[in-house]
Design a protein around this ligand. Structure first.
Ligand code: IPD
Length: 277
């Protein structure tokens, strides 16, 4: 009989591995960054550091857990036999990394039997560590080891909302129009350049909400768990530009946020998934 992997141990391995990857990423930043390739569009870039960090993450985890599955932004998906799948974004915020803006993160989530059970988002520039970890059967979100929670209630007009823009130039037009319609109803918007760190900012009370079309599982798997453990709700919907849309906001006031963003034109009418996975 095989024993069920312990989610707390998976969180520990994720954190240990993210620290190693962040060290590599910091070293590459100090040495100077250039674009290695482009992906979905001419502005969707990958650097040699993205590739090296993802290889390091896979190798480190594989050395301890050789039979797990992997899904990463920069490599092939690998199947496993243990029920554990690691979801990796080696540098979330690659454009910030290229420009030296200190807002890029290593993101590692562990999924067990299809459910994310541990997550780490480590800002490689500042060293800030966000973790969602099971503690005595309860999921806890921390920043540098201290418990965090979402911001308190606020009227829509006083909410600061994070967002981002797709690498697809046509989708950006739709997104810009939706932002234009939302702006008069909220405090302001922020476009910080890392979806994972934006969602951790919601978890940490630095944003009142986050919405973005064009996100991928590796952008939000770890951060979504951290946000939910801190009292946020996450929801995936069909974006107005045809791509996956992520909404993340404190559970209190979530409905009002969803309705405001719907009316602003962020989403197509039908919601496609429940809680972010
Ligand atoms: C991107 C960042 C960006 C967001 C994009 C993501 P990457 O991730 O999170 O803020 O707007 O949707 O793809 O490409 O830097 O890993």
């Amino acid at each position: 009989m095989t024993t069920r992997p312990d989610p707390a141990a998976l969180a520990d391995l994720a954190l240990e591995t993210a620290r190693l990857a962040a060290e590599l990423v910091r070293g590459r930043q100090a040495a100077g960054v250039s674009v290695a390739a482009t992906k979905s569009s001419d502005v969707d870039i990958v650097t040699e550091a993205d590739q090296a960090a993802e290889a390091l993450i896979r190798d480190t985890i594989r050395a301890r857990r050789p039979d797990d599955a992997f899904l990463g932004e920069e490599g092939e998906a690998e199947t496993g036999t243990t029920g554990v799948r690691w979801i990796i974004d080696p540098i979330d915020g690659t454009v910030n990394f290229l420009y030296g803006l200190p807002q890029y993160a290593v993101s590692i989530a562990a999924e067990l039997d299809g459910e994310v059970v541990a997550g780490v988002v480590l800002n490689a520039a500042t060293g800030l560590e966000y973790v969602a970890r099971e503690d005595d059967g309860r999921l806890v979100a921390t920043r540098d080891g201290r418990a965090i929670a979402v911001r308190g209630e606020a009227p829509l007009s006083h909410r600061l909302i994070g967002t981002g823009f797709s690498y697809d130039r046509e989708v950006r037009v739709v997104q810009a129009q939706a932002v234009t319609r939302l702006l008069p109803h909220i405090r302001d918007v922020r476009r910080l350049g890392s979806a994972a760190l934006d969602m951790c900012a919601v978890a940490d009370g630095q944003l009142d909400g986050y919405i973005e079309e064009g996100v991928h599982l590796w952008d939000h798997a770890a951060a979504g768990l951290i946000a939910r453990a801190a009292g946020a709700r996450t929801e995936l919907a069909q974006g107005a530009g045809g791509l996956t849309l992520m909404l993340c906001a404190p559970a209190h006031g979530f409905e009002e946020f969803r309705e405001a963003t719907r009316q602003a034109g962020f989403m197509a009418p039908v919601t496609i998934a429940g809680n972010g996975e």
